[in-house]
Design a protein around this ligand. Structure first.
Ligand code: ADP
Ligand code: MG
Length: 628
């Protein structure tokens, strides 16, 4: 007996999953409630599904976390990194095959078949187990059968055969492929970079076993891969391997373990897991314990290791990523400064040294607001949503309910992140010094819609020191506001010539109730006119200050006629008197009068500047000369 599906036109049934089918880990995501969301089993703390397939001797198949755990005891039954063999002939992958502890034979057409305990399978079939498992995870998370249509991501360099093999794996898993999407494109979609009218993006993906760098261009929401480079054997696993060697060497030299044990595959697998744990801990903590404990062999080896030591070990590997970046840029005929957005992908980009390296190479902070493990799957879900007929315009992304900005000279507010901006977001604005030889700048971060800082909520203050002395207005200070998905705002001020920087981290929504937000908004409407006036008055006051300083600096050197001088003195006196009154009409009048009265002085100065530049010719002569 069967029930008829009645709600066939229900949204859910047309939804499309996004699946990142990774070499090391896979993830599944779906567009829900206006945003892409990683689907994960209820008890899992993240959605990562190890791309490991375990074939128990008694039959059946185990995939994911459990398979990875079982692999520790029976490495001969666990298939890792099957993605490397997808769509490849045996000859192409000799190096990979050597690293796989199973007999592999070529069937007709050169397709490798892997023999696990007598079960012979193609890479497509093994990948299908991972895809099917991802679908099961999605169904578990949703509490109902997950959609059977999926967007699946592949590396940008995958050729047609590799893409076709991925489609075949999906078909075997009972999934319908809505589209195969490039991983870097998906990552860019997750960051909403398709909304840029035009731009150049670099996606830096350092995963478990592979490194890929892709340069993309965006034009009217369409991505094009300009170049790709990378290293199919460079990733977090290599760092783990260095740590394993370090541990094994220490164990051997201390005679703590017999040589036979050191060569044992299961033991080495255990050491590998311990190495990875230590590495991951060091992304968070400055130091950690690297421990190999195998009571059955009487081994309890522990060593404290710090971040600097790991960085020293990994440095040669990390340097290789930059060589690939240079190659990709050269192929795209671009330089690092042409890249407008850098996106980090892959678990290994959580390593602080990797982030620093990338930021330094491109001269800009990479996007790290989204989880680098999750961005590809999230982007696949965005693509799925669009293909399912959803629009991105009605995106209900989390938005920041109040504007965020900084107090400018005079007490007005310069809004940097506007109210209702979707988060995560980041905005950079340029500022400069107000006084000659000013070596420090104070930043006051405020939140709210009012025009004067005093009427907004103060979030914090910090100071940028060490600006080299130079004339007012010459220093270039970039102030970056980065609001992450957790609502944490990081404000960084950086003096461009020296690179000196300072920053602060605040939580804008901390302690604010919805009612308070409402009343802050209501207040801003209520005071709109007076705020506008107050802000204008504050800005006029600052402008007067700047004008007065310029006039004072040059009045001595210029010989003004007595009448102009008297006018200027009068306007100057009124400007001084008007400052600080907050009286808008008076400030406005004073500014206009001062501007008018300073025209003769300005003409004289222009003349002398032109004189200097044109070796003796007056401005008049120059103009006359050009007429003849
Ligand atoms: P892939 O795309 O190859 O499937 P992932 O993007 O999932 O790989 O990255 C897996 C790699 O990231 C592994 O080597 C893992 O050890 C590493 N990794 C995960 N989290 C961290 C972390 N916090 N610090 C350093 N490395 C990490
Ligand atoms: Mg990946």
């Amino acid at each position: 007996m069967a029930f008829l599906e009645l709600n066939v036109l229900d949204n859910e049934s047309t939804a499309i999953l996004g699946i990142d089918l990774g070499t090391t880990n896979s993830l599944v995501a779906l567009w829900r409630d206006g945003r892409p969301e990683i689907l994960k089993p209820e008890n899992a703390h993240d959605g990562r599904i190890p791309s490991v397939v375990f074939f128990p001797p008694e039959g059946g198949v185990v995939v994911g976390r459990e398979a990875r755990a079982l692999a520790a005891d029976r490495p001969d039954r666990a298939v890792f990194s099957i993605k490397r063999l997808m769509g490849r002939g045996l000859d192409d992958v000799a190096e990979d095959v050597a690293a796989i502890p199973f007999p592999i034979e070529a069937s007709e057409g050169g397709v490798p078949r892997i023999d696990v305990g007598g079960r012979k399978m193609s890479p497509q079939e093994i990948s299908a187990h991972i895809l099917h498992h991802a679908w099961r995870v999605a169904s578990d998370a949703l509490g109902e059968e997950a959609p059977k249509r999926a967007v699946i991501t592949v590396p940008a360099y995958f050729d047609d055969t590799q893409r076709q093999a991925t489609r075949d794996a999906a078909r075997i898993a009972g999934l319908d492929v809505a589209r195969i999407v490039n991983e870097p494109t998906a990552a860019s979609l997750a960051y909403g970079l398709d909304k840029k009218k035009q731009g150049t993006v670099c996606v830096f993906d350092l995963g478990g076993g592979t490194f890929d760098v892709s340069i993309l261009s965006i034009e009217d929401g369409v991505f094009q891969v300009l170049s790709t480079a990378g290293d199919t054997h460079l990733g977090g696993d290599d760092i783990d391997r260095l740590l394993v060697e370090y541990a094994l060497a220490d164990l051997a030299s201390a005679n703590a373990a017999p040589a036979s044990l050191l060569a044992d595959a299961a033991f080495r697998q255990g050491v590998r897991f311990a190495a990875e744990r230590a590495k991951i801990a060091l992304s968070q903590d400055p130091e950690t314990e690297f421990a190999v404990v195998a009571p059955e062999h009487g081994i309890a080896w522990r060593k404290r290791i710090d971040r600097a030591e790991l960085e020293r070990l990994a440095a040669p590997l990390l340097d290789r990523t930059l060589a690939s970046c240079r190659r990709a840029l050269a192929d795209a005929k671009l330089t690092p400064s042409d890249i407008e957005e850098v996106v980090l992908v892959g678990g290994s980009t959580r390593i602080p040294a990797v982030r620093a390296l990338v930021a330094d190479f491109f001269g800009r902070a990479p996007h790290t607001e989204l989880d680098p493990d999750a961005v590809v799957a999230l982007g696949a879900a965005v693509q799925g949503h669009v293909l399912a007929g959803g629009t991105r315009d009605m995106l209900l992304l989390d938005v920041t309910p109040l504007s965020l900005g900084i107090e400018t000279m005079g007490g007005a507010v310069s809004k940097i992140i506007a109210r209702n901006s979707p988060v995560p977001t980041q905005v950079t604005e340029g500022y400069t010094t107000y006084a000659d030889n000013q070596t420090g700048m104070d930043f006051h971060i405020v939140q709210g819609e009012r025009e004067l800082a005093a009427d907004c909520r103060s979030l914090g203050r910090f100071e940028l020191k060490g600006i080299p002395p130079m004339p007012a207005g010459m220093a270039r200070v970039a102030v970056r506001f980065a609001l992450d998905a957790d609502g944490i705002l990081t404000v960084t001020a950086k003096e461009e010539t020296t690179g000196t920087q300072a920053s602060i981290e605040v939580q804008p929504m901390n302690g604010l109730t919805d009612d308070e937000v409402e009343s802050m908004l209501a207040e801003s409407f209520e005071h709109a006119q007076e705020d506008f006036d107050a802000s204008r008055a504050a800005n006029l006051d600052v402008e007067l200050g700047t004008m007065l300083r310029a006039i004072d600096a040059h009045l001595e050197e210029a010989t003004l006629d007595p009448e102009s001088l008297a006018d200027l003195e009068e306007a100057r006196a009124e400007a001084l008197a008007a400052r600080g009154t907050k009286d808008l009409p008076r400030l406005q009048a004073a500014r206009d009068a001062l501007e008018q009265a300073s025209l003769p002085l300005a003409a004289l100065l222009m003349d002398s500047v032109a004189k200097a530049a044109l070796s003796g010719k007056t401005l008049d002569e120059v103009t006359r000369g050009s007429e003849t």
